[in-house]
Write a new protein. Structure first.
Length: 98
């Protein structure tokens, strides 16, 4: 079982408490996010995020920055959602341009 795995066993693997310093604004964003996404607690959300970062290292920091910027643009009204069909059409146009 991986050290990052928090499932299984009678009581699960031993959990160790850590301290983390964050800005108030960032903590407010985290709190809003875990509640919106239906997590039971801030700790559960942060464990989930850390587990994803460890188990899926192919998601680069730059990729996460781009996702965050896109989310910000969507929430602020600076961008529009695009449907799956629209994305497919754009991809077909790009393939035809090559």
């Amino acid at each position: 079982m991986s050290d990052a795995d928090t499932s299984g066993g009678d009581n699960g693997p031993e959990k160790i408490q850590i301290n983390l310093r964050l800005t108030k604004a960032f903590l407010d964003d985290i709190d809003a996010t875990w509640k919106e996404q239906g997590f039971n607690s801030r700790s559960e959300f942060l464990r989930h995020a850390a587990r994803d970062a460890v188990k899926h290292p192919e998601f680069s920091r730059e990729g996460w920055k781009q996702i965050a910027a896109s989310e910000h643009d969507l929430r602020s009204g600076d961008a529009e959602l695009v449907s799956r069909d629209e994305v497919r059409a754009m991809m077909r146009r790009d393939e035809n341009d090559e």
